[in-house]
Ligand binder design. Sequence first.
Ligand code: TGC
Ligand code: FAD
Length: 392
Amino acid sequence: MADDRYQGHDYYLIDELLTEEHKLIRETVRSWVKQNVSPIIEEYAQKAEFPRHLLPGLGEIGAFGPYIPQEYGGPGLDQISYGIIMQELERCDSGLRSTASVQSSLVMFPIWSYATEAQKQKWLPRLATGELLGCFGLTEPDHGSNPNGMVTNFKDAGDHVILNGAKMWISNAPFADIAVVWAKDEEGTIRGLVVERGMEGFTTPTTHGKWSLRASATGELVFDNVKVPKENLFPDIRGLKGPLSCLNSARYGIAWGALGSALDCYDTALRYSKERIQFGKPIGSFQLQQKKLAEMITEITKAQLLVWRLGVLKNDHRASPQQISMAKRNNVEIALRTAREARQMLGGMGITGEYPIMRHMMNLESVVTYEGTHDIHLLITGMDVTGFNAFT
Ligand code: TGC
Ligand code: FAD
């Protein structure tokens, strides 16, 4: 890949709304990424390999559970810092951000929110350093957008439960040490439990052949009469609001993260437009190319304001799930559009691994689908503004 010459873009001086700590965090993550990930990411994506050796470094820069309090090993940062970290990671690759958002929002968040004190002490500090990797099992082969229909279930067997079923499309699964799994009890109520690698009957086959998120490991979780100790059950949380509350946190991080991909595509296309000469002039001097760049930076600027405001609301515990849905949907959509336009601006070079754009574009095809599809988030907004449920 060409040198990582990325520079941030801040057309509306939004940096003035950030604290010095926010900017320092951004600088730290950006330089760690430029030094450790940019030089290798294209190769790992081409090989469809997960750069597992990066886990301790991600822990060191605070990318695992940024807002988890220090008493549990996290850095105890605010929600805007969490967003900035996800943005800097996804600026390089959505798969890198996926690894961190699953660990943070879908594994550490539910343990922090719903586990017993003993469970928190057992897992959170080691997840924060990257010593342990976690995954989150909600989606099933026949239940994606409608997780309420899940069939994975467990039965009471004294001091343990017996878990059966399968989860599909699970990020981090092939390497995860623990899995936060959502399953129905004998009454059909959704509960959360932690399944540990090595438990008999628990396997995590890898999903091969992805054209997207190739540097992120995806797999299945298969439970064949797995004996899970009752102490691994989250004691109090019941129903779909358990997993959906985790998704609120992850979707928030994705709204910031996808903007990172958009910024990288814009940055690459802008630089290319000044350097590439056709008909004796830089292509950036042609109106059609300027239209693309002007529209990209306009949408990026609107999206930057959206996530900054959402971060302020989230810090105040006032961000609604519906507001988060709007930001996830909008920012992934504008990132995809930016990637597609930027790729065209690079002509033939746009399809090569010399530049990051095609990789971002393919990654974003997963991001627009996971954590609630583009359509599902539209229906969430539709229901919020009309009061009518159009899901069923
Ligand atoms: P519904 O009847 O609306 O709600 C059931 C209960 O849940 C509550 N609830 C929420 N709670 C917290 N946060 C939210 N966002 C919530 N949305 C709903 C609701 O209040 C109710 O509570 P209660 O107390 O009354 O029981 O549920 P529904 O079955 O009609 O479904 C609604 C729908 C379609 C919006 C929901 O199922 C949905 O969001 N579907 C999309 C599924 C999804 O996003 N899956 C993501 C899987 S994880 C993933 O993709 C990780 S990718 C990771 C990476 O690599 O980065
Ligand atoms: P479906 O639900 O079958 O949807 C198919 C199409 O129908 C979509 O376009 C959808 O918008 C549309 N549709 C569905 N219902 C409606 C409706 N009511 N009205 C209108 N249109 C509708 N899941 C996890 O649990 N953990 C993970 O770590 C995880 N990681 C993932 C990583 C990757 C790379 C991918 C691709 C997915 C991952 N997922 C994960 C799963 C992801 O959340 C699901 O793919 C997503 O929720 C959609 O489910 P589905 O693929 O079954 O599509």
